[in-house]
Design a protein around this ligand. Structure first.
Ligand code: G3I
Ligand code: 9MR
Ligand code: ZN
Length: 536
């Protein structure tokens, strides 16, 4: 069996466009075969050749939109056969649950019982007070979620993670009720909000009560070995406060208020005052990127451009509170420069969306300018989709550390553009990005752990390594042509950008996982779900 028909290994929804990719030299007849009966249920000819520079391949699209009957299938063309996939109503339900559960499994400062965590059960971890860097003062900053394959807890990525999850909840309110087999601390809030509260309770502890500034992160001085979290016993150190952490904290907590208010007005008031205090504190801070203190070598999240953090926070606080000062700051910035981004580094899009959706009176002209900018950016993504063999908005320069997240965020952008312009083709393009992540990609692998026939087996994730079993429900970073770790350097020399991925434990630059890669995918799938329900 060849490896040259790439499909979404999780599946396709009955009424959606369905595409697979054939890579090879010639045009071929293809058949879609029903796994149960062995019969051809659909047939056709592969599409025109697209040279995909990023993958250095000749690709041809296989379309089988007309096949809507639920079932298990595979595709045959020449000597090639794809893996089995499903056509199923809301085929991603289980994947979504497992991606949500991941947050629970990343919990720090508590023990995880077997009943919910299975083999990843562990004792209470990281529960000693942490030393504030450069002082002899200790502070309780327990709780929150481990950021990634390491056990650090960092404010900047935490803020975008919860922001993604709030956007998801806003787009698909049903998500709030989705059960994901984790204990629910506040049942009235529903599982997801309750889980997010676990992270926010930690974030609140990371604010300096006196100044309102927010500490950048809490980690040990070094990354530890591959063991379970409770075995990391080195001293916990709180790194200095940073401008980005302070504003991201302000923005994401402002976003949180309206979700918690109906259940807990007092908590909402705490969030409001923490958010405002952080914003005011940031106004007095030096606008400077965070740099690791000399002895601390854990993740830096040292963002270079910091305008977007102020842009986002101003928009979000304006949306939450309506004050002129936030509005003015945002509008002045937006009239000068509109940009995009849903990542930890570039958070412009959160700001754009917050402003447009604000219920307080705003500048309608500016609102339309922002929508036009979103539309224009989506249009440029469409151009990329057309020249990519997998119909995704990437070229050979796009494969940087965490490329899967950038790809997912492009899809979020396409959805956002669809939301404001109703141009159907944005929606169809976005869906191809979902399929890419789940297996229709040049690496021929499903980038969600625990899913697909071709699975990721060695994610850079300490609990998975310690238990010798990949934790399911994690979105992998994906190809990075920068070869940013020795294992990538060893295995991927000379590979095309889109194939710079290796399923090795030590390849942290291609095979790690993070909170914000999962939340990005959840946010995209939530939009997809909502939209799917509307179309049905
Ligand atoms: O932004 C530039 C872009 O302009 C340039 O074209 C491109 C070329 O390589 O590089 C881009 O920067 C990259 C940046 O990620 C993009 O987000 C950097 O090279 C790359 O080094 C950087 O990687 C970050 C990595 O930490 C190293 O700092 C990842 O985004 C970030 O997700 C990752 O985060 C780590 C934490 O530090 C620790 N915990 C695990 C987590 C995941 O790996
Ligand atoms: O495990 C660490 C991972 O979370 C980070 O993303 C990565 C880059 O900062 O570093 C990993 O830790 C490695 C360290 O940088 C170098 N020595 C080996 C560590 C484990 O692979
Ligand atoms: Zn921990």
């Amino acid at each position: 069996m060849g490896q040259n028909i790439l499909v979404d290994e999780i599946g396709y929804l009955p009424m959606d466009p369905k595409r697979a990719v054939y890579r090879g030299e010639e045009t071929l007849q293809f058949s879609v075969i029903d796994k149960k009966t062995g019969e051809e249920v659909y047939g056709g000819v592969t599409g025109r050749e697209i040279y995909c520079k990023a993958a250095e391949e000749k690709n041809r699209i296989i379309s089988f939109d007309a096949l809507t009957e639920p079932g298990e299938y595979y595709i045959k063309a020449g000597d090639e056969e794809s893996v089995t996939f499903e056509i199923k109503d809301w085929a991603y339900r289980d994947a979504m649950k497992s991606m949500l559960k991941f947050f629970y499994l990343q919990r720090c400062g508590t023990s995880l019982p077997k009943e919910h965590a299975g083999i990843y059960a562990h004792d209470k971890c990281h529960d000693t007070d942490a030393r504030i860097y450069g002082t002899d003062t200790f502070k309780n900053v327990s709780g929150g979620w481990h950021d990634a394959g390491d056990f650090g807890r960092y404010i900047v990525p935490a803020a975008v993670t919860i922001a993604d999850l709030f956007l998801a909840l806003e787009l698909d309110p049903d998500l709030a009720k989705q059960d994901f087999d984790a204990p629910v601390d506040y049942p009235e809030m529903g599982p997801l909000l309750s889980e997010i509260k676990y992270e926010i309770d930690w974030m609140l502890k990371m604010q300096d009560e006196k100044t309102g500034e927010v500490y950048h992160k809490v980690t040990c001085m070094h990354f530890c070995d591959f063991f379970m979290p409770e075995d990391e016993k080195d001293e916990l150190v709180i790194s200095p406060t940073s401008y980005a952490a302070t504003l991201d904290f302000a923005a994401s907590l402002a976003m949180a208020i309206k979700f918690f208010k109906p259940y807990d007005a007092e908590y909402a008031a705490v969030l409001e005052s923490a958010s405002k205090k952080a914003y005011d504190a940031a106004m007095k801070m030096e606008v400077k990127s965070f740099r690791n203190p000399e002895e601390i070598v854990t993740g830096e999240y040292g963002d270079e451009g910091l305008e977007d953090e102020l842009y986002w926070a101003s928009a979000e606080l304006f949306r939450a509170f309506g004050d002129e000062k936030y509005r003015k700051t945002f509008e002045e910035m937006a009239y000068t420069h509109i940009s995009h981004g849903y990542g930890w580094e570039d958070v412009y899009s959160f700001g754009n969306v917050a402003y447009i959706l604000s219920e307080y009176p705003l500048d309608e002209t500016l609102k339309n300018i922002i929508i036009a900018a979103i539309d224009a950016k989506a249009d440029s993504l469409m151009t990329l989709c057309r020249s990519n063999g997998y119909n995704v908005s990437f070229n050979e320069k796009s494969f940087i550390w965490g490329s899967n997240m950038y790809l997912i965020q492009n899809a979020c952008h396409l959805y956002t553009a669809y939301f404001f312009t109703r141009k159907e083709y944005y929606l169809e393009a976005a869906i191809e990005h979902v399929h890419y992540i789940f297996g229709k990609n040049p690496c021929n692998i499903c980038f969600l752990t625990g899913y697909g026939t071709n699975r990721v087996m060695n994610p850079h994730h300490r609990p998975s390594a310690a238990k010798k079993e990949p934790m399911p429900g994690m979105i992998i970073g994906g190809p990075d042509s920068g070869l940013h770790d020795p294992t990538a350097e060893k295995h991927l020399q000379g590979m095309p950008a889109a194939k710079c991925y290796v399923d090795e434990l030590l390849s942290y630059s291609t095979n790690e996982i993070t909170l914000y890669w999962n939340s990005a995918m959840i946010c995209m799938l939530a939009q997809f779900t909502k939209d799917y329900k509307e179309r049905k």
